[in-house]
Design a protein around this ligand. Structure first.
Ligand code: MG
Length: 383
């Protein structure tokens, strides 16, 4: 397939930090995707919470299935826009590698604990995982991914961190845009979780059918489904409506982004970078629906006391583990201990790196071992 002039290609790439001979059968960005899939951090996504704590039920999304769903949406959009699908896929598969156990509550707890030492941000940590923490190669730390993959993983970055990181975070200082591939990954992430959280929310019984049916776009999707198949009810009705709404968002994203690329007359990745705004975005009306869906999920699902109860238990688990390892670094596995003579910040970072890499269930088991109990009521953290 011929790529658009604004697509990232191996030939135009800024390459890898450590020189390697080119792969025989694969493109360099396919190689990146394969490296992400073979990483330890990727496998651990299976047992990390997305919204519902991992052990609450086998049917809920995890960080792994979330990453796969994001990837499928992103690949469709990348192909439709004629950009580098392999790069897009490498970015989306890697985008959540830096997530802590217990979802956003875990990240907030680790960020609080790390505040005196520069904080903890899962997006920045995803880059740290692929650049430093994966230990699989003889010649270098990390996965030695292509520049554009690493840059795409870094979705946002504070100026002080950007200065520390150098070239890969340059665009946050210069005000340049991300590549089209990275922009796709970003929006696909948001579209994916809005849709799968409706499904998971309804399945959990926490999000009520009436609440989501009252949303104008979802309500319309339900009406359309019933018009075609009047007897449709229950899960099939919900799945059909979610699928139809997801199609509407993905199609809108493709059409609106194509129009922006055409209007801007982008003829290279440099043109895309130099624009004052992102080119991959929903049309204004659909963006408004996207934001109202997000608000609805916050109100009806994420902030529900039943969701909070479990995520708070996760946050307390992270807090306690951080305190325990910090006071006694010898509890860390030998290869994860800070080097002798490391200052307080380096010791705290070693602890944060270790905790961030944990799966939910490993964190719970470690907490039981080191603190002597867990925070889950009714034995619901039993496995
Ligand atoms: Mg995500």
């Amino acid at each position: 397939m011929t790529l658009a002039a604004y697509a990232v290609t191996t030939a135009s790439s800024r390459g890898r930090r450590f020189a390697e001979s080119p792969p025989t059968w694969r493109d360099e960005f396919q190689r990146d995707r394969d490296r992400v899939i073979h990483s330890s951090a990727f496998r651990r996504l299976e047992y990390k919470t997305q919204v519902f704590v991992n052990h609450e039920g086998d049917m809920f999304r995890t960080r792994l299935t979330h990453s796969l769903e994001v990837t499928q949406i992103a690949r469709t959009v990348a192909r439709a826009l004629g950009v580098n699908e392999d790069l897009t896929e490498a970015i989306t598969l890697a985008h959540d590698l830096g997530h802590t156990p217990f979802g956003h509550a875990g990240q907030a707890a680790l960020n609080d604990a790390m505040r005196p030492f520069g904080g903890f941000e899962h997006n920045l940590h995803s880059l740290r995982v692929v650049d430093q923490l994966e230990a699989r190669y003889a010649a270098f730390d990390g996965l030695n991914l292509m520049f554009e993959t690493r840059e795409g993983i870094l979705k946002h970055c504070r100026p002080d961190k950007a200065r520390e990181l150098g070239a890969v975070a340059e665009r946050f200082l210069s005000g340049q845009q991300a590549t089209v591939e990275a922009q796709i990954a970003n929006v696909a992430d948001e579209i994916a979780y809005n849709h799968h959280d409706i499904d998971d929310g309804l399945r959990s019984g926490i999000l009520s059918f009436d609440a989501i049916a009252g949303h104008p776009v979802f309500g319309q999707a339900l009406a359309d489904c019933r018009a075609v198949t009047p007897n449709l009810t229950g899960k099939r009705l919900i799945y059909t409506a979610i699928r139809s709404m997801l199609g509407l968002f993905a199609n809108d994203l493709i059409a609106a982004s194509r129009a922006r690329l055409a209007t801007a007359g982008c003829a290279s990745t440099a043109d895309v970078r130099a624009l004052p705004h992102a080119v991959v975005a929903l049309s204004p009306d659909v963006q408004e629906h996207h934001l109202s869906l997000k608000r609805l999920l916050h109100r009806e699902l994420y902030s529900d006391p039943r969701v909070r109860e479990f995520t708070n238990a996760g946050a307390r688990t992270v807090d306690d583990l951080f305190a325990r390892y910090t006071e006694e670094p010898g509890l860390l596995p030998p290869e994860r201990r800070p080097p002798p003579g490391a200052d307080e910040a380096a010791r705290a970072r070693a602890v944060a790196d270790y905790i961030a890499g944990m799966t939910d269930r490993f964190a719970i088991a470690e907490h039981r071992r080191l603190v002597g109990h867990d925070y889950w009521p009714d034995g619901r953290a039993a496995h």
